[in-house]
Design a protein around this ligand. Structure first.
Ligand SMILES: N[C@@H](CCC(=O)N[C@@H](CS)C(=O)NCC(=O)O)C(=O)O
Length: 346
């Protein structure tokens, strides 16, 4: 995957660099995998690991959606950080006494330190933490959700969809690769571009790929095959942020998501599918981007718009056919205590 090819950097967004040099997304430093056979020393086990996310973060949000769709909530507990980091990075100030109730830590960096003392890199979400030892297992967001889909199967709910079906993997990988390069990461390259030329190149990549993908989705409900796959999860997490943060804050403003009828209907369809929209907190998203990236928004003022009401309007994408969960079923309700507060919902 292209993320693994990026050059490491350090900068104001923790382990992704921006400033005078072209934006580079860093490699995930901790790339151990939790697998069915435990080959890295981390076997899949119910109740053993904690997923730490920020609901602001698109990479962490993939894991949030995937965990819901697969029904891993009982097996894999969830810690949600404050959307605003301080100088020690992600913190658990949304929890009583500002501590994660399961890990007992105030900062995610404590789990990184438990794994590797004086770890010099950035602290990033998503992070998978081993509860008994308090050590970080992995922050490899590219592999994490693929492993949820293919390694955690013994703990999937009954009726869980196959998000990475074997016969479609090559096609899914190709689609995800283009979307990663030009859209998921392209918006960051535009937003953190150090000069006009770099910004324009990224801007063109973003909108070229959105156009191509919009054409693809005009006649098919989902990106690959006729069911929801990992590719849809990865595209959704950028689309859902598009008008709220990427259009203005990252200057990706050729058009809004709401101005592309196909992509807007596709994104609404997914948003309204259990497991997608119920993980999204627009309040966390906006406050994180506009307040944390003070290099590109020095006043740290958070815009009041856009109006979110449209997310819940009919999309009529079911007319294209498709079987969202294949032979499976939608996930049940959001577990108690994990509901997104009303301040973050449309
Ligand atoms: N580059 C990260 C990918 C995930 C990522 O960039 N997450 C962002 C939030 S969207 C983060 O935690 N950045 C560190 C920070 O902002 O301090 C990794 O290598 O795992």
């Amino acid at each position: 995957m292209s993320a693994q090819d990026e050059t490491p950097g350090a900068g104001a967004e923790g382990n992704a660099s921006y400033g005078h040099k072209a934006f580079k997304r860093s490699k995930s430093h901790f790339a151990d995998r939790v697998t069915a056979d435990g080959r890295d020393g981390w076997p899949v086990e119910a109740g053993r690991y904690r997923l730490v996310v920020s609901r602001a973060c698109p990479w962490a949000s993939r894991a949030l959606v995937s965990r819901r769709l697969l029904g891993l909530e009982d097996a894999l507990s969830l810690g949600v950080t404050d959307p605003i980091q301080d100088d020690r990075s992600w913190r658990f100030t949304l929890d009583p006494d500002d501590r994660d109730p399961v890990l007992g830590i105030r900062y995610l960096s404590e789990a990184y330190d438990a794994r590797e003392s004086r770890y010099p890199g950035g602290v990033s979400v998503p992070a998978l933490v081993d509860v008994p030892s308090g050590e970080l297992v992995t922050n490899d967001y590219q592999q994490l959700t693929l492993d949820f889909a293919t390694q955690w199967t013994a703990l999937h709910r009954e009726g869980a969809p196959d998000l990475y079906p074997e016969p479609l993997r090559d096609e899914i990988d190709v689609v995800m690769d283009g979307i990663y390069r030009d859209v998921n990461n392209g918006v960051y390259r535009a937003g953190f571009a150090p000069d006009q030329k770099a910004y324009e190149a990224a801007y063109h990549d973003v909108f070229h790929r959105l156009e191509v993908t919009s054409e693809r989705l005009a006649t098919r409900r989902y990106l690959v095959g006729d069911t929801i796959t990992e590719a849809d999860i990865r595209f959704f997490t950028t689309l859902v942020r598009f008008d709220a943060v990427y259009h203005g804050h990252f200057k990706c403003n050729r058009r809004k998501l709401t101005e592309d009828p196909v992509l807007w209907a596709y994104a609404r369809d997914l948003f309204q599918t259990p497991g997608f929209g119920d993980t999204v907190d627009f309040d966390h998203i906006k406050r994180h981007y506009y307040q944390v990236h003070s290099g590109i928004n020095p006043t740290r003022v958070v815009p009041l718009g856009p109006d979110l009401g449209g997310w819940l309007t009919p999309h009529r994408r079911e007319e294209l056919g498709g079987r969202p969960f294949g032979d499976g079923t939608p996930p049940g309700p959001v577990p108690a205590g994990e509901e997104v507060p009303v301040t973050g919902r449309p």
